[in-house]
Design a protein around this ligand. Structure first.
Ligand code: BES
Ligand code: MN
Ligand code: MN
Length: 457
C-alpha cells in the first residue's frame, strides 16, 4: 500500500497533464453540434482503460445516445467488486465572456485547474483512473475487482442510462457503486454525501392574442400573457418561502432530530455565505436553517423567463406569447411524476381564463437517501480519513444525480457518494475549476478505498 501511495505522490505532475488532455475535449452534451467531441471523450476513456489492461471494454448503448463506456478488471471472482460511475459530459460554457481563460484550454492558477468539467465531473472521475493505474503499476494486481461505467448524458438527464443498467444487471453486478460527483462540506472537511435532492423540470408556455399587438391600440383590452405568467408564478410561493401548490409537501420525509442536531454541529457560517454570494439577506422556507433548506427541503425555482421585446431600445408591443422554465428540487419521498400532476392541476385552476397554456415536462429524477451504517460507506469513511488526515462528515446535498437511485434499486448495491469537489468551484458557471490538492488527495483516497474494501466479507 505504501508503494502505491508513493507512486501516486511522485506522479502528481503527470496526472495533471493527462487531466488537461481530457479537459480539452469539448464534450457538451446539450449541444447537438458536439457529437464528434462526445465520441472523442469516450475514445479517450476507452483507451485509458485499455492502457491499464482492462477487459471487456465496450459501449453498452451502441444504438442510441452518447456512448456509455464499460470496462472491467476481474482479479478473483471471490473478491469484492467496486463499480465506479462518472460522467464525461459537461455543461455549456456560456456566458463565455465571463471566463478568465478559455473553457477548453485548461490552465493552472492558484493551485487550481481551470476548465469546463474540471470539478464536474472529469477531474473527479479521473481520480479513480489514476488510483487504479497506480495500483496495477506498483502491485501488479488490484486488491478488488473493478468495473467502470461512464456516461456522456448526465447533464441532460441521463436518458439512456437507466435502461442500460436494467439490460446489464449481471455485467454490472457489484458490492458497491462509488461515485465522485459531489462536493465536500468545505475546503478542509472530507465529506460523504448520504442524500441528494431529485428534480422535476418544466416549461410553461402562455398564449394570449393570436399575434403580437400594438400596445397602444390594443393595450387595456386583452390580457398580456407575460402578465398572466407572472401572476401565476408569483402565487406559487408565499412570503415565507413555502410552496403553495396544494399537496406539494404531502410526501416530504421530515428531517430527523438527529439530522438536525448533526447539521447544527457543522457550524454553518451564514455571514460568510452571504458575503461569498453577494446578497444582503438569505431567503428560504421559514422554520429551517440554510443547510436544511438546501439539503432536505424541496424548492421551486424559476430558471428562465422570456417573451415580448427584449432587444435594444423600446418597442411598444403587447406580445402573443410568454414562457418560463421552472424546476422543483425534490426530497424523499416525493416523485417527479406526482409533482407533475400537482403542477398540472394547479395550472388548470389558476391560469387566467383569458389566456391558454401548455405545460411540458423536460426531465426529472428521483431524490436519494442512503443509510450510512453499511460497510461500503463506512469503508469510505476510513479511506477519507487516511487520505485527508481528518474524519469525514456525513452530509446531504441540494444537487441531483438521478441515476443514483437506479443503481441502488437495479443492482441492489449501496451507492457511495465520495466527492472531492467544492461548492465554490463554479460548476455549471463560468470559471469552473478543481482544487489540485483535492484532485491529488482524491486519487489517494480512491486507492485507500480499494485497499480497505478488499478486507470486507
Ligand atoms: N454533479 C452534479 C450534481 C451535484 C452537484 C451533486 C453538486 C451534489 C453537489 C451533476 O452533474 C448535476 O449537475 N446534476 C444536475 C441534474 C441533471 C438531471 C441535469 C443538477 O443537479 O442540476
Ligand atoms: Mn456531475
Ligand atoms: Mn453537473
Amino acid at each position: 500500500m505504501e508503494q502505491v501511495i508513493n507512486f501516486i505522490n511522485s506522479n502528481k505532475e503527470s496526472y495533471i497533464e493527462e487531466l488537461k488532455e481530457f479537459l480539452r475535449i469539448q464534450s457538451i452534451s446539450a449541444d447537438p453540434n458536439k457529437k464528434p467531441e462526445m465520441q472523442r471523450a469516450s475514445e479517450f476513456l476507452m483507451s485509458k482503460l485499455s492502457d491499464m489492461g482492462f477487459d471487456n471494454i465496450k459501449i453498452l448503448n451502441p444504438d442510441e445516445g452518447n456512448p456509455i463506456i464499460y470496462g472491467e478488471k476481474i482479479v478473483d471472482t471471490k473478491k469484492p467488486t467496486i463499480l465506479f460511475y462518472g460522467h464525461y459530459d459537461v455543461q455549456p460554457v456560456d456566458p463565455i465572456d465571463l471566463w478568465h481563460s478559455p473553457p477548453f484550454e485548461p490552465e493552472i492558477r492558484d493551485g487550481k485547474i481551470w476548465a469546463r468539467g474540471a470539478t464536474d465531473d472529469k477531474g473527479q472521475l479521473f481520480t479513480h483512473f489514476k488510483a487504479v493505474e497506480a495500483y496495477i503499476k506498483t502491485e501488479n494486481e488490484l486488491p478488488v475487482n473493478i468495473k467502470f461505467i461512464i456516461e456522456g448524458e448526465e447533464e441532460v438527464g441521463s436518458p439512456s442510462l437507466p435502461k442500460t443498467i436494467e439490460a446489464n444487471k449481471n455485467l454490472l453486478k457489484c458490492d458497491a457503486v462509488v461515485v465522485s460527483d459531489t462536493s465536500m462540506y468545505d475546503e478542509k472537511t472530507p465529506s460523504i454525501t448520504y442524500g441528494l435532492r431529485g428534480l422535476a423540470y418544466f416549461q410553461i408556455e402562455i398564449t394570449g392574442p393570436n399575434r403580437d399587438l400594438h400596445s397602444g391600440t390594443f393595450g387595456g383590452a386583452v390580457m398580456n400573457p407575460i402578465q398572466a405568467l407572472c401572476d401565476l408564478l408569483s402565487k406559487m410561493k408565499d412570503k415565507n418561502g413555502k410552496i403553495t401548490i396544494p399537496h406539494f409537501y404531502d410526501d416530504v420525509l421530515p428531517l430527523t432530530k438527529k439530522e438536525r442536531e448533526n447539521y447544527l454541529k457543522l457550524k454553518f457560517n451564514e455571514k460568510a455565505y452571504m458575503r461569498e454570494l453577494g446578497v444582503k439577506e438569505l431567503f428560504g422556507e421559514k422554520g429551517f436553517t440554510t443547510l436544511e433548506r438546501t439539503w432536505a427541503r424541496p424548492t421551486l425555482e424559476i430558471n428562465g423567463i422570456w417573451g415580448g421585446y427584449t432587444g435594444a431600445g423600446a418597442k411598444t408591443v403587447l406580445p402573443s406569447k410568454a414562457y418560463a422554465k421552472i424546476s422543483m428540487r425534490l426530497v424523499p419521498n416525493q416523485t417527479p411524476k406526482k409533482v407533475e400532476k400537482l403542477l398540472a392541476d394547479y395550472l388548470k385552476r389558476n391560469v387566467a381564463k383569458s389566456v391558454t397554456y401548455k405545460l411540458e415536462t423536460l426531465h426529472g429524477g428521483e431524490p436519494a437517501i442512503t443509510p450510512i451504517d453499511n460497510v461500503a460507506i463506512q469503508t469510505a469513511a476510513v479511506a477519507m480519513k487516511k487520505a485527508f488526515g481528518k474524519e469525514p462528515v456525513f452530509i446531504r446535498e441540494g444537487g441531483s444525480i438521478p441515476v443514483v437511485v437506479d443503481f441502488g434499486r437495479k443492482l441492489k448495491a449501496p451507492v457511495v457518494l465520495m466527492g472531492f469537489g467544492l461548492h465554490s468551484e463554479n460548476l455549471h458557471s463560468p470559471n469552473e475549476h478543481f482544487d489540485l490538492d483535492n484532485f491529488h488527495r482524491g486519487i489517494i483516497c480512491s486507492a485507500y478505498y480499494m485497499n480497505e474494501f478488499s478486507k470486507i466479507k
